[in-house]
Design a protein around this ligand. Sequence first.
Ligand code: PNS
Length: 167
Amino acid sequence: MTETKERIAIYPGSFDPLTNGHLDVLKRAQDIFDRVILAVLHNPAKKSLFSPEERVNMIKDSINGDPRIEVDTFDGLLVEYARIKKAVAVIRGMRAISDFESEFQMALMNRKLNKDVQSVFLMTGLRWIFTSSSIIKEAAQFGGDISDMVPEPVKIKLMEKFPKLDC
Ligand code: PNS
C-alpha cells in the first residue's frame, strides 16, 4: 500500500503582532496543505513590540487549538528551517503590488538556496488589503480603534501595551 505524504507548508513572518489579514492567508493555505507551520522569526537585531514568546502565545490563543496548525519560532535561514521541518512550500501573503518586488527578490533567493522548497503567494481578502502589523501598531499607539483588524487575544495584548487604546 502506498502511503500518502503529508504536505507541509511554512507560513513565516514577524507576526508583530498577528492580524486578521494573516489569519485570512492562513485559512487559504489550509485549503491547499495538510499542515501549516506558522513560524515566527526570532531576530534579536530587529526591534519588535512583542517578544517571540508573546507573539507565539497570541497566535496560539487565536487559532483555537486547530490541530492542523503548528506554531513555532525560527532563526537563521528560512529554507534551512523548511528543510528540517520537511516542508514543501513557503507561504507568503500578498496585498498590493507594492509587496511584489521584495517578495520576488526573497523568493528567488530562497529558491537559489534550496530549490526543493516552492514559494506560494496567496492574495489576502480585499477587506485586509490595507492592513499590516506596522500600521495597526501605529494606530493603536495613538488610541485608534483597531478592534476589527486583529483577533481578540491580540487586541487584549495591544491594550496592555498602549493604555490609550480603548476599543
Ligand atoms: O513578516 P515579515 O517581516 O515580512 O517576514 C519576513 C521573513 C521572516 C519571512 C524573512 O525576513 C525571513 O525569511 N527571514 C529569515 C532569513 C532568511 O532566510 N531570509 C531570506 C533569504 S536571505
